[in-house]
Design a protein around this ligand. Structure first.
Ligand SMILES: [Zn+2]
Length: 75
């Protein structure tokens, strides 16, 4: 769940990355790596901010990411 502080931080990130957004295709390509970073306990969003940013805004990619996380956790 997003906390109040997270929303503010997210809004700032969105504002800062507006000119360097990635699309669904590029996000999808990097989603594997992003999920692995996330599962390794590192800050995936700070290491791959564009992917994190896209997932924050795109519900399609977010649900793909969540499915990926679930699948990776199971292995
Ligand atoms: Zn997307």
């Amino acid at each position: 769940m997003l906390k109040r502080g997270d929303v503010a931080r997210l809004a700032r990130v969105v504002a800062e990355t507006r000119e360097t957004e990635i699309g669904c295709d590029e996000c999808f390509e990097k989603l594997d790596g992003f999920a692995e970073v996330e599962l390794s306990g590192l800050e995936a969003r700070s290491m791959m901010p564009l992917v994190g940013d896209h997932i924050g805004k795109c519900s399609d990619c977010r649900s793909t990411f969540e499915a990926l996380l679930t699948a990776l956790r199971r292995t």
